[in-house]
Design a protein around this ligand. Sequence first.
Ligand code: PMP
Length: 354
Amino acid sequence: MMPWEKNIRKVVPYTPGEQPKCTKLIKLNTNENPYPPSPKVAEALKGLDMGSLRRYPDPAASVLVQELAGYYGVSERQVFVGVGSDDVLAMSFLAFFNSGKPILFPDITYSFYNVWAELFRIPYECPPLDGDFQICTEDYLKDCGGIVIPNPNAPTGVEKSLGELEEIIAGNPEVIVIIDEAYIDFGGESALSLLPKYENLLVVQTFSKSRSLAGMRIGYAIGNEKLIGYLNDVKYSFNSYTMDATALAAGVEAVRDDTYFKETLQKIINTRERTKKELRRLGFSFPDSKSNFIFATHSRCPAEKLFHALKQAGIYVRYFSKPRISDYLRISIGTNQEMDELIRFLEHYLGEGL
Ligand code: PMP
């Protein structure tokens, strides 16, 4: 170790899913939307005034904030936008979790939470999910520094009922409870309806999945005005211009085209339900998913083996070599055609004497 190395902030970074260069693959490994964003997004980007790019973008991202506030029926002062929900969550960790007491999030969940906790030196505890991958409410009814619950959870796809979430939010009035709703639009019930009742609730959502804009990096948080004010203070202490002009233009049109949004969601939900039946028929089991992925294990074939076989066949899914979930594959929902190809491959592979 070099003498200067002892004072470096060392972190083990989050590892995102692979983004292969080859485009001919069936890519079911990062929960992206298989459909393009609304055609109105393309129009807006084509119509962008290039001359305007010489200027800094609006630091308050006002057009997007206004559009989201209108869509969800909240005040503009209740909306915070960031560079994907990763950015929004990271700022929230920094702004809200400063008590020195451990924050709580499940042992099996989005693996960025512990990375931010480590980065910001926030102590944390991870109550284990039960044997059916359910979050146990009672684990979150204790003295703590804050709570993060993804709903539906990732990578399990399991939804926690709004009633149970409310118990957790109501039971922790002294700390901030973040509900990460990255996948809520695929059939879950949003905690946004609880906002008028709870000042300690922050709901975080993203354009990356349901609005097909992972490449644009847009996320947002909705909470009470005071909470959003604190979040903005942290943002302006970090980088005033987080949202670039193209992201703002694209985001606004994505929210405006609600018909396209709902149609796309319904297609994905239908494909998911069809895929569940097919996977069951092939001997897979999985917790019921309310997201755009299925977390599946096979009775006879180890997940790691399947993962490699699928990859060789050009079908990418996500495998986590971690305790409790190392025999599961997280399979994102693609188009009907992509899922048919996946099923056809599995039928063939599993049928051959495994
Ligand atoms: N939360 C969860 C649970 C996720 O799975 C993801 C996607 N990896 C994110 C947040 C972040 O997504 P984004 O930054 O693209 O909004």
